[in-house]
Ligand binder design. Structure first.
Ligand SMILES: Nc1ncnc2c1ncn2[C@@H]1O[C@H](COP(=O)(O)OP(=O)(O)OP(=O)(O)O)[C@@H](O)[C@H]1O
Ligand SMILES: Cc1ncc(CO)c(N)n1
Length: 268
């Protein structure tokens, strides 16, 4: 039996809705074998981030080495990389092992407002990681930081995508989850724009939507999908996960990682 393999290099969310936990759940329900290299441990729940403990560079590098030299990797995603040396180490290891199909989720701030990327690290993301990426998936505030522009309209999302593409990433996906109206995301490949749209659900349970979405893209790339198809499937996955969210916790609750597969199974 051939199995597709995906690696997430990200932080742990003890609440299970974002970070490594969201990624591994998503890989599993989409039929992909999941592996992880932790960059940080957070004490976190639906109310916020209560503690951040970054791992040593040695611990991060060793985890990537261990997975790459033995199990192999078909696609990879990065999430929380809090400091410049962590970004540099991860970029170095991705190059060294020539890990394919890199999805960069440029995580900066958690839903409750806690900063997950330290100041001055944005330039390191642009310099070291974005040139290696197949897809980068900024939300609007992240796209604003990466470009230094204010983004309020679809036209401004497109301008931001053009600018981020010039940093060397092959595909830029600017997510409109933070705008009003339909939940519209824009994919840019350097020549053309594609739009992915879903209804917006009035819910506060959107903890980890960005992690889950980028993990679903990574899963589909691991299985051999082209980028457009991977984003299309992932958009359906995250839309179902938000619509059927679990209502857990007192704050921004997690999404429902089983929802897409359950609905899909009911239709076959
Ligand atoms: N209320 C909503 N209803 C429907 N879709 C949504 C909603 N909020 C976000 N989305 C969609 O979810 C996906 C993730 O986008 P979002 O902008 O929320 O990511 P994010 O801010 O990086 O998430 P997080 O930081 O919590 O991990 C996008 O496809 C976006 O359009
Ligand atoms: C560990 C971790 N990574 C990413 C996010 C962004 O949602 C979060 N809240 N926590």
């Amino acid at each position: 039996m051939t199995v597709s393999r995906a690696l997430t290099i990200a932080g742990s969310d003890s609440g299970g809705g974002a970070g490594i936990q969201a990624d591994l759940k998503t890989f599993t329900v989409l039929g992909v074998y999941g592996m992880s290299a932790l960059t940080a441990v957070t004490a976190q729940n639906t109310l916020g981030v209560h503690g951040i403990y970054n791992l040593s560079l040695e611990a991060i590098a060793q985890q990537i080495d261990a997975v790459a030299v033995d199990l192999g990797v078909d696609a990879i995603k990065t999430g929380m990389l809090a400091q410049v040396p962590i970004i540099e180490t991860v970029a170095m290891k991705i190059k060294e092992h020539q890990l394919p199909n890199l999805v960069v989720d440029p995580v900066m701030v958690a839903k409750g407002g806690a900063q997950l990327l330290e100041n001055d690290s944005q330039q390191a993301l642009i310099r070291h990681l974005l040139p290696l990426a197949t897809v980068v998936t900024p939300n609007l505030p992240e796209a604003e930081v990466l470009t230094g522009r204010t983004i309020r309209t679809v036209e401004e999302m497109k301008e931001a995508a053009r600018q981020i593409h010039s940093f060397g990433t092959r595909y830029v996906l600017v997510k409109g989850g933070h705008l009003e109206g339909d939940a519209l995301d824009i994919l840019y490949d350097g020549e053309q724009f594609a739009e992915f749209v879903s209804p917006r659900f009035e819910t506060k349970h959107t903890h980890g939507t960005g992690c889950t979405f980028s993990a679903a893209i990574t899963s589909e790339l691991a299985k051999g999908a082209a980028v457009y198809e991977a984003v299309h499937t992932a958009k359906q996955f995250i839309t179902c996960a938000i619509e059927d969210s679990l209502g857990l916790g007192q704050g921004h609750g997690p999404t429902n990682h089983w929802a897409y597969v359950r609905r899909h199974q009911q239709h076959i």
